[in-house]
Design a protein around this ligand. Structure first.
Ligand code: SF4
Ligand code: SF4
Length: 316
């Protein structure tokens, strides 16, 4: 949409206004920087941060939550999530479904606190420290930095307890979540740097399956040609068969490989040969089609060709 000078200035004022009201402290923090913060049952604002928020669910969030609730992936997704896409990308994910009440409160919050506290999503663990990842052109992976989120209702910032960002993240187990999700985070980061480019529907479907439904991925690995398509060591196959967390990490590595060619997956000779054969079959078919069209054209008189062209123009 093109804006004229006046509209442009108006838009800029709007953006400035929003930034002034922003709750993000515009300061880049490193892991060693310090902050004062404490959150505990009994603080005046207890659970005030558990309503009206959007919680994007990462693959490891879903893994922990559905195990905590003793549900299958399918049932968890149906009951507790809604589909959305990651901001600035077309990548489909799920977010936690909030209650349909006035406050849009989290389904797991009670006056006594969070009922799934030890398995709460990583978004809840980051708070009040947001993590951003900056990718430099010449680097394969991103460099992370941190941003403080200071909201008026959050009284934790008035407390005296001091932490480095690293200590806070260790206390909240955020690093564990980021480590398990690391390949997935790289995919998201790369997609964000590309913006709203068009991914094929197949890539988006694969992203959604790997990001949200490990049962489906398991089925894909063990009940399709997957294991013949890659050179995977037998001990890795045994590990992902018997250990759900290993399967999750494997799925995220594979996602990164299949979407951006990053990582050490090796396509098997058999799959390579099949892909070559498929490619040859496609080009043979299109050559045949071209020959057929040329033959048809040659069998027509110039009058017939002109008449058909006129009919096509009329249709347009
Ligand atoms: S999951 Fe727990 S910590 Fe997170 S918003 Fe819900 S109640 Fe609050
Ligand atoms: S608003 Fe801040 S201090 Fe209060 S419960 Fe939430 S995170 Fe803790």
């Amino acid at each position: 949409m093109a804006l004229d000078e006046k509209e442009f200035k108006k838009k800029m004022e709007e953006v400035k206004g929003k930034l002034q009201k922003s709750v993000i402290v515009p300061e880049q923090l490193t892991r060693k920087d310090k902050m004062k913060f404490r959150c505990y049952p009994g603080i005046g604002c207890f659970t005030k941060c558990c309503s009206g928020i959007r919680i994007n669910l990462t693959p490891y969030d879903i893994f922990r939550l559905k195990n905590r609730l003793g549900m299958s992936y399918h049932d968890f997704l149906m009951q507790h999530t809604v589909p959305r896409s990651i901001d600035g990308t077309p990548l489909p994910i799920v977010v936690l479904k909030m209650n349909d009440d006035k406050e849009k409160s989290c389904p797991f919050v009670t006056p006594g606190g969070c009922t799934i506290y030890s398995d709460r999503p990583v978004t809840c663990r980051y708070y009040p420290i947001g993590m951003a990842i900056m990718k430099k052109h010449d680097k394969k992976t991103g460099e992370d930095f941190f941003i403080k989120i200071k909201e008026d209702h959050c009284l934790g910032h008035n407390e005296d307890k001091e932490w480095t960002i690293d200590e806070w993240r260790a206390d909240q187990e955020s690093d564990l979540y980021d480590e398990v999700n690391s390949d997935w985070l790289e995919v998201v980061l790369k997609a964000k740097s590309l913006g709203m480019v068009e991914f094929s529907q197949k890539s988006l479907d694969l992203f959604f399956m790997v990001s949200s439904n490990l049962d489906m991925f398991r089925d894909f690995v063990f009940n399709s040609n997957f294991l013949n398509a890659y050179e995977i060591e037998p001990d890795v196959v045994a590990k992902i068969k018997g250990d759900e967390l290993e399967l999750l990490k494997f799925s995220l590595k594979w996602l990164r490989f299949t979407m951006f060619g990053e990582g050490d997956f090796k396509v098997s000779d058999e799959a390579r040969q099949k892909a070559r054969e498929r490619q040859m079959a496609v080009s043979k078919a299109s050559m045949k089609e071209r020959e057929k069209r040329e033959k048809e054209l040659l069998s027509k008189t110039p009058e017939q060709i002109l008449k058909e062209a006129d009919t096509e123009t009329e249709k347009d």
